[in-house]
Design a protein around this ligand. Sequence first.
Ligand SMILES: [Zn+2]
Length: 92
Amino acid sequence: MPDFTAHKHPVLAVRCPECGKAPGVWCRRPSGDRASDLHKARRIAADCLFVAHHGEDASIERVGKDWVIDPTGRVERNRLERATGVQLELFP
Ligand SMILES: [Zn+2]
């Protein structure tokens, strides 16, 4: 299971489907330079795997220098998404 709390950004827990960087390694542009943002495909992959492993009500929050998984952190946001029909990205 990917460890979403092990890296400086939760999305780094998964391999990037776009540039192929391994878990823990920041995305690169085709030029080889460090990308300013992690690739959208990687953010979506991390989002899907996070929900698959931790459930749709779980969230991940920054607490000091650590990432902490809150098993019920998305309950209110899920309620709002259902009420409004607007889906928010877990890792924007
Ligand atoms: Zn990438």
